[in-house]
Design a protein around this ligand. Structure first.
Ligand SMILES: Cc1cc2nc3c(=O)[nH]c(=O)nc-3n(C[C@H](O)[C@H](O)[C@H](O)COP(=O)(O)OP(=O)(O)OC[C@H]3O[C@@H](n4cnc5c(N)ncnc54)[C@H](O)[C@@H]3O)c2cc1C
Length: 241
């Protein structure tokens, strides 16, 4: 790459697309055959000539928003390159092994708050002459989810601990990323039901449900995470796709 790079195309489904001042673009600089080893990272100002955005109507995370970024002959000077030429994809994958544990913790924190509010609520709300907490059908699902949230949190922390020690942690990051958001969604769903009709109103519980759902997709879906875990355990050549 010399002088400047010219970017053309669309990248869709970008968080904060219409709010960001700068974006990191991963563009193909090698041949198609070079696959993951022919991608370069570039820092692109969002006010660059030829760059436009739109905004989607999202189910959750509405304050952040999501949209497409369109590039029409967007020219970027060579000194905006991040890291080495053609190494962008490999670089970002290391970052994913970090962010995936953080996403797990982010979702589990929302689940933890939902549980705390629900434990409190079921001691206050009276039904059939007793607090809801007197009914095993109400408390046992919460007790089980409380247990699972503690377990999933430890998996996320294990991934971060391994990273700090400079040890392999792709499998743990994959576990944190698929389990944390999925579990958080299931926990909040159960909590919402404990609030009865009130849980279905616009409010914190339904918003939490919408907000964590996006994390089951963004940054890699559960299927991709499970493939990463399987490749780590069984070996890449035995788990082709
Ligand atoms: C809230 C949110 C925020 C996002 N923010 C960003 C962002 O800031 N930047 C960014 O670049 N992207 C962002 N994304 C996009 C996100 O990374 C992709 O949507 C995600 O990686 C899935 O890709 P896809 O939508 O193309 O689904 P597809 O690849 O079309 O997959 C569709 C379904 O098929 C399954 N599938 C696909 N391939 C396989 C396979 N090989 N084996 C098994 N199952 C498979 C998937 O798991 C999924 O269930 C965001 C998405 C969301 C929802």
């Amino acid at each position: 790459m010399t002088g400047s790079s010219v970017i053309n195309g669309e990248k869709t489904s970008i968080s904060a697309a219409d709010q960001a001042d700068i974006t990191v673009v991963f563009g193909r600089t090698g041949t198609p055959e070079s696959a993951a080893h022919g991608v370069t990272a570039l820092l692109v100002p969002m006010d660059a000539p030829g760059l436009t955005t739109n905004r989607f109507d999202c189910h959750g995370q509405r304050a952040i928003g999501r949209g497409s970024i369109f590039f029409e002959n967007v020219r970027v000077p060579v000194n905006h390159r991040l890291g080495e030429e053609n190494k962008g994809f490999v670089q970002v994958m290391h970052g994913f092994d970090f962010s995936r544990s953080l996403i797990g913790l982010q979702c589990l924190a929302v689940a933890r708050v939902a549980l705390e509010e629900t434990w409190e609520y079921i001691t206050q709300r009276q039904a059939f002459g007793q607090p809801l907490s007197a009914f095993q059908g109400v408390t046992h699902p919460l007790a089980q989810f409380d247990t699972e949230v503690e377990g999933a949190r430890l998996v996320c922390l294990q991934g971060l601990w391994l990273k700090d020690k400079g040890l392999p942690h792709s499998a743990e990051a994959g576990m944190a990323k698929w389990w944390g958001p999925k579990l958080a969604y299931d926990v909040i769903h159960q909590c919402l039901l404990c609030f009865g009709h009130g849980g279905y109103d616009r409010g914190p519980m339904e918003q939490r449900l919408r907000d964590v759902l996006g994390f089951q997709i963004g940054d890699g879906t559960a299927q991709i995470m499970k493939t990463i875990i399987a490749r780590t355990r069984a070996g890449r050549k035995f788990v082709p796709a």
